[in-house]
Design a protein around this ligand. Sequence first.
Ligand code: ATP
Ligand code: MG
Length: 394
Amino acid sequence: MLVKFKKAVPIIEKIEKAGFEAYFVGGSVRDYLLNKPIEDVDIATSAFPDEVKQIFPKTIDVGIEHGTVIVVYEGENYEITTFRTEDQYVDFRRPKEVTFIRSLKEDLQRRDFTMNAIAMTKDGELIDPFDGQQDIKNQIIRTVGEPEERFKEDALRMMRGVRFVSQLSFYLEKNTYSAIERLAPLLQHISVERIYMEFMKLLKGKNCSKALDLIAESNLYEFLPGFSEYREQLKKATTYISNRNLNEVEVWALLLILFQNESIEELLRKWKMPVKLIRKIKQIIQAYKNRQNESWSNESIYLTGLDIAIHTEKVFCAINNKEADTSVKKIRQTFVGLPIKNRDELAVNGNDLMKWSDKRGGPWVREALEKIELAVIRGEVMNDKEQIKEWYST
Ligand code: ATP
Ligand code: MG
């Protein structure tokens, strides 16, 4: 058994000692069976939240109403979730209220896909009522029970399905996929925040191109904020992204470049994307426009910044069917060779300029500094106080 599970075994033992059941469940068991590195181990238990809190001295309430308590054990946090059903679905969304139950089987039954509905005892024994292991072996994503019913209960599961295609390079089972085609419009009932989280995970997956293709093919795209008019562009993007190893920010930039949408900000705000990320994507798109007109120079790399320049180049190469490694390497080398990396590294400042010219401060200082900065970057003058003074006064 993996160390991460082993470290959590005492937690399960304590719960069992108190007279309840507890198992490893969900993504960690799935990823373990796939020989993938696991993130956090999740534990499901027949103990109700209050009962869990009585067993452990240190707990944090995170989602008591959903049955989740965090247990702090030997410096690590573990999510312990009470077995539950989600029987009263309204408006195609996950219900607010859940019913706590004592049966593992029923808890596994409310889970989305067979591969995610496997429990493991502390001894590593698997409880797998829906043949999840078989589906994992065959790389199949299949809903637990009737797909149509399960997607009507919670339409986000359709996005989770394509997200797993991206992360795991699995295939959507035939009926599961055709239910997505039919029920895609139900995505309208899901909050942007939940869609955004799944979509970002999708963009980070190594099979992102295939997953975006499924989104275009299945009509899910129509119900992604701001995407409804861009089916063709989305299809095109999948061909550019394929085998490119672009990260999520780069894929966003690439999509928006293809969409040729006038109001990038507006589109991304619809997704409730953090403003910092919006800014970064806009910077890449702007730099891409410059890159289309001219190749990189010391000056443009300096002004763009290393990080944005590299993202931009990767996107540029993807769209223009060029190999990116060499040109990215060149950008790095150029940046390393720059005499200064930012304005703070300039050997002179505004006070120096005012002293030299015996003038009071004003907008001219900033302008003069910018001029000096560019001259240094272009190699017209060394970044040395005396030399700059001489260059400046001639
Ligand atoms: P990841 O590796 O990204 O965390 P995960 O499978 O653990 O993937 P989570 O969102 O962490 O996904 O959910 C944990 C488990 O809860 C899932 O494995 C699944 O069993 C169940 N689950 C999560 N979301 C849903 C949902 N919308 N409907 C049904 N079951 C769900
Ligand atoms: Mg998880």
